[in-house]
Design a protein around this ligand. Structure first.
Ligand code: SF4
Ligand code: SF4
Length: 273
């Protein structure tokens, strides 16, 4: 791991108290954690809990209760965080509970949280994980976006030339005459339900970098496909190492400045991809 600083943060001063932001493990919280949050809101705050756009939680408390609130949260495994120039709350879709799911987005997002949440970076850095290309977490519009997808093929022996798949794919990724799935296939797999001759050849995890939301949204660029969750952790480690050493501004500025091909080249040279 390149960097593992973990300073206390997650406290935003307000005139009449502190807004505390919780660095939650992505995907879900337990009933004990919910009880602790509810206790703090009721006894130290305004009996209100704000759900953030990044699936996080923040709540306002009176100045004098900060220490006790943090202690209660720590007892149920919650740290304060997700503010400033840090790796922010990791976002995940519902994952394997979704009928479209190709991979366990929550498991992967929690692995990423355990490795990277809260470490220092030149600017805030947002990581979103989708279980399929449907993009429910807007993974192409954050600094590092991750998405499970299929690599498909047409089994030439099973294809009967019926032409049923002609025109089925919205982006024309099925070349039914030559019996190939073209490179522009996004790997969602809708066509698997159409015909038994279309088969899953592989399942990969695509990694995008340099996206962002905000006033001037930018779509992230495809960086690499990997096979395993551990490889995702390696690639993120490599991106953070490069960005922390050489980056200024958000990752999109860094990628624009050095060029996506040079980012790939550096990661390859250092053995991250
Ligand atoms: S991204 Fe895919 S797997 Fe995740 S909730 Fe959306 S449709 Fe389901
Ligand atoms: S997975 Fe989706 S994009 Fe790819 S060929 Fe099938 S329908 Fe088209």
């Amino acid at each position: 791991m390149f960097c593992n600083q973990n300073y206390k943060f997650g406290v935003i001063p307000k005139k009449d108290g502190y807004m505390i932001r919780l660095a939650l493990k992505p995907g879900y919280i337990t009933s004990e954690q919910l009880d602790a949050i509810s206790y703090i809101a009721k006894n130290f705050g305004e009996n209100k809990v704000h759900i953030t756009t990044r699936q996080g939680i923040e709540l306002k408390i009176k100045h004098e209760h900060l220490e006790e609130a943090e202690k209660i949260l720590n007892e149920v495994g919650i740290k304060l965080g997700s503010t400033g120039r840090r790796i922010r709350q990791i976002v995940a879709c519902i994952g394997t509970e979704c009928p479209n799911s190709i991979g366990d987005s929550i498991k992967l997002a929690r692995m990423i949280h355990d490795e990277f949440e809260g470490i220092w970076v030149p600017k805030k850095l947002k990581i979103n994980v989708s279980g399929c290309p449907n993009n429910c977490t807007h993974h192409q519009f954050c600094d590092i976006g991750i998405c499970f997808r299929y690599i498909l093929k047409i089994d030439k022996k099973e294809c009967t030339d019926c032409g049923k798949c002609r025109g089925f794919c919205e982006i024309d990724a099925i070349d039914w005459k030559n019996k190939v799935i073209k490179e522009n296939c996004i790997g969602m797999g809708e066509c698997l339900k159409l015909c038994n001759a279309i088969k899953v050849e592989d399942r990969v995890i695509s990694i995008f970098i340099g996206g962002k939301g905000g006033k001037f949204p930018k779509k992230g660029k495809w960086l690499v496909d990997v096979k395993t969750e551990d490889e995702v952790i390696e690639v993120i480690d490599g991106i953070i190492e490069l960005y922390t050493k050489f980056g200024k501004g958000r990752i999109c500025d860094f990628v624009e400045h050095v060029g996506i091909e040079n980012v790939k080249k550096s990661l390859k040279e250092k053995g991250f991809i």
